[in-house]
Write a protein that binds this ligand. Structure first.
Ligand code: ATR
Length: 286
């Protein structure tokens, strides 16, 4: 079985490391390589499958093109408008999936961070934010608030989910003003069950502009980003504010890969075991 991850740049991708470890613990025989997409994505992907590839992961900036390339899409890929997993079927057709959001849900459940009927704040309104809305709704979220510096981007995403009436959009300024006043008046009021940082701010070592009270009164906080040392500037800030349940996105990274492997082979590796391995690997201890 031959697999790969396609993107540009690709040299930094941890997918081969993760999938080789999965293969080891499951006793599977597979190869997994990095492919730099330097030509149009459709050509690179078609060449990969023509050469016998069974499936591939797709990363930045090719997830939208992978959507167009696939012959069919699962619900999550259709809602995200992006594909991170392609699979060649027995009849030669190619199916497209998005395991990023389901990977997040799997990790949140593992961490006990997703209560029933959760009220969730998603900060950010880029591709990462859009990709997690449908899977969180499928997982039973009661209400999802998308907050972004530029409200128009959040409004655009929320409009795609207008039929569910559970997704609303707001500017970060408006959210901060409204929630701060409410929380200051009601000393025991909760803000959200879960705050998800879906901005890229942690990459710039910056915090999204969020009222500390909103974080302090949240049930849990999760950053889609991760660092080799574990934790991000956002999760550290939340911990300092007294939040007991904070996690970075390393579990989501492992879980989305595990769900891809399951789509290809029917087997799901142990996620906690793989997270522990990747942490050792990133710290040069594996
Ligand atoms: P991705 O596909 O990873 O989501 P993106 O489409 O570039 O990346 O989106 C990045 C998101 O992070 C945007 O919502 C951006 O906010 P704006 O739309 O207002 O620019 C958000 N973002 C990045 N840096 C941020 C920061 N320091 N504070 C708050 N939001 C930030």
């Amino acid at each position: 079985m031959h697999f790969a991850v396609l993107g540009n740049p690709i040299a930094h991708s941890l997918s081969p490391v993760i999938h080789s470890y999965f293969a080891k613990i499951l006793g599977l025989k597979l190869s997994y390589e990095r492919i730099l997409v330097a030509a149009p994505f459709a050509k690179v992907a078609a060449d990969f499958f023509a050469a016998g590839g069974a499936g591939c992961n797709v990363t930045v900036p090719c997830k939208l093109e992978a959507c167009a390339f696939a012959d069919s899409l699962d619900d999550n890929a259709a809602a995200a408008g992006a594909v991170n997993t392609l699979k060649r079927n027995a009849d030669g057709t190619i199916s497209g999936f998005n395991t990023d959001g389901p990977g997040l849900v799997l990790d949140l459940k593992r961490l006990n961070m997703l209560p029933d009927n959760a009220r969730i704040l998603i900060v950010g309104a880029g591709g990462a934010a859009q990709g997690i809305v449908q899977p969180l709704l499928n997982a039973g979220a009661e209400q999802i608030t998308l907050a972004n510096r530029h409200a128009a981007k959040a409004v655009k995403i929320a409009a795609k989910f207008a039929s569910s009436s559970k997704v609303n959009a707001v500017s970060l300024n408006t959210l901060n003003e409204g929630q701060a006043a409410h929380l200051a008046r009601h000393h025991y009021a909760k803000s959200f069950d879960l705050v998800i940082n879906a901005t890229s701010s942690s990459l710039q070592h910056m915090l999204p502009p969020l009222e500390p009270l909103i974080l302090q009164r949240a049930g849990a906080a999760y950053d889609l980003m991760y660092t080799p040392q574990g934790g991000t500037i956002f999760t550290r800030c939340c911990t300092e504010l007294g939040l007991k349940h904070c996690a970075d996105g390393i579990g989501m990274l492992i879980a989305q890969a595990a769900l891809s492997l399951e789509l290809w082979t029917g087997q799901r590796p142990d996620i906690a075991q793989a997270i522990a391995y990747l942490q050792r690997y990133l710290q040069g201890r594996a």
